[in-house]
Design a protein around this ligand. Structure first.
Ligand code: GLU
Length: 319
């Protein structure tokens, strides 16, 4: 029997949302609603040092302000990753029982990078990591004498592919291209890749819509879910919005103008219309609510190339 269509918003409350996040949320919502799906709003607040309840509340307000609703999730604490540690621990032990986990004492910078969604330029795995080749005796000795390690999943030398709803067939050799990856940091925090996979599996998510910077993570997430006995969701990635002087990807880290600032200047419908125009769902920006876009929504219209905000006069002051 076909599984019910279940989509999700899964933001990290590590800052205010910017245009790129909003575009992802809008397309995730349209994709779900056009299929009469159920929308889940999961708060990815696993790394409590880098996220805050204030940002979480602001994210929820932004979505409501834009007319993007959800059927279950935030503020229900069961949908906040910070409350789901037991589930991640269970999955961690299941992987451990299968001999797929090993400790790693490599640099701190690597560990920090691995707990959040990977972004370009963040090293997650060193293919020459000496920890992956230790004998059991070496590991035992080091575990009792050294500082706490991070823990990595050992990936098989196997090609795993996903059929992306927008970018098509995407295959990756898990060990050679993706590499072993951290599933638990040295400070005990479970890492993004494990948490997101466990949650998508346990929440019955059948469709993941998000920025294409995470396309390269899809094979390892699908592999983790299969290894844990679940059925991976369908993945569907969207182009990134680029802006600024050098055409970089917009991100909270690059200080792009936040939704909070935009809320003061924009009618939400005007912003929805701009986003729809950027995604080629409208020939020109025109104010409307997300539900008015449903009859116009079609992934075939959405570009696969990244979208530059630079030459869009209406947006020149947003970034
Ligand atoms: N929480 C991640 C982020 O905000 C997205 C995770 C995902 O969609 O898989 O970057």
């Amino acid at each position: 029997m076909d599984r019910p269509y279940v989509g999700r918003f899964a933001p990290s409350p590590s800052g205010y949302m910017h245009m790129g996040n909003l575009l992802a949320m809008l397309l995730a919502w349209l994709d779900c609603r056009v299929h009469d799906g159920r929308m889940i709003f999961r708060m990815e607040d696993l790394d409590t040092a880098r996220t805050s309840p204030e940002y979480a509340r602001a994210l929820a307000e932004d979505l409501q302000w834009l007319g993007l609703d959800w059927d279950e999730g935030y503020p229900d604490p069961a949908y906040c990753q910070s409350n789901r540690t037991d589930l991640y621990a269970e999955a961690f032990h299941a992987l451990e029982d299968r001999g797929l986990v090993y400790p790693c004492w490599c640099s701190r910078a690597q560990r920090l990078a691995a707990a959040s969604a990977p972004h370009p330029g963040e090293a997650v795995h060193d293919p020459n990591c000496p920890c992956s080749r230790m004998t059991d005796a070496q590991r035992t000795a080091r575990l009792s004498s050294d500082r706490p390690p991070a823990w990595k999943a050992r990936t098989p030398d196997e090609t795993f592919s996903v059929m992306d709803g927008h970018y098509g067939h995407f295959a990756q050799n898990l060990s050679r291209a993706g590499g072993d990856f951290i599933i638990r940091r040295a400070d005990g925090v479970y890492a993004y890749q494990l948490a997101v996979s466990v949650d998508d599996m346990r929440m019955g998510v059948t469709r993941v819509v998000r920025g294409r910077d995470l396309l390269s993570s899809a094979p390892r997430q699908a592999w983790l879910i299969r290894t844990l006995g679940g059925t991976p969701p369908g993945y569907c990635h969207l182009p990134l919005l680029t802006g600024g002087k050098n055409g970089e990807k917009l991100s909270k880290r690059l200080g792009s103008r936040s939704t909070q600032a935009m809320r003061r200047e924009y009618d939400p419908r005007a912003l929805v219309g701009l986003l729809a125009y950027l995604a080629d769902l409208l020939p020109a920006p025109e104010p409307l609510w997300p539900r008015e876009l449903l009859p116009l929504f079609d992934w075939a219209k959405v570009p696969t190339e990244d979208i530059s905000l630079e030459n869009i006069p209406a947006l020149s002051h947003i970034n």
